[in-house]
Design a protein. Structure first.
Length: 121
């Protein structure tokens, strides 16, 4: 088995745990930056990193799901990235505008920060 197949298998086992886990019942609000379980994705989609975690910016609630943008520390300076200046992360961070997605509450782990209203686009 190749290394990439092993990582996909590991993510599939993690998804099984997330799927049967008791639904988290903490409040989630727009403008929050939170760690979520994103796992291994296809092609250029953003993956979770260590333990399949990736920070995301919560934009809004859509039905029972949350519309989010993943963050990166490798943000380029073009129209697909919006750099976050008002939160003091350890590294310069940007939201990846081209990677918007909806996420179930079960993927959310913990809050990191809240983006100030004046920087929320």
């Amino acid at each position: 088995m190749s290394a990439s197949n092993a990582i996909f298998d590991e993510w599939n086992e993690e998804k099984k745990v997330i799927h049967v886990a008791v639904k988290r019942n903490f409040p989630i609000h727009h403008r929050e930056v939170r760690y979520v379980k994103l796992g291994i994705n296809i092609g250029y989609e953003q993956n979770g990193k260590s333990a399949f975690l990736r920070p995301v910016l919560v934009l809004s609630k859509v039905g029972s799901m949350w519309f989010c943008l993943p963050l990166t520390t490798k943000g380029k300076y073009n129209k697909r990235y919006h750099h976050i200046n008002s939160i003091d992360f350890r590294k310069s961070s940007a939201v990846i505008l081209s990677q918007a997605r909806t996420l179930d509450r079960a993927r959310f782990i913990r809050q990191i920060a809240t983006l100030p209203a004046q920087e929320f686009f």
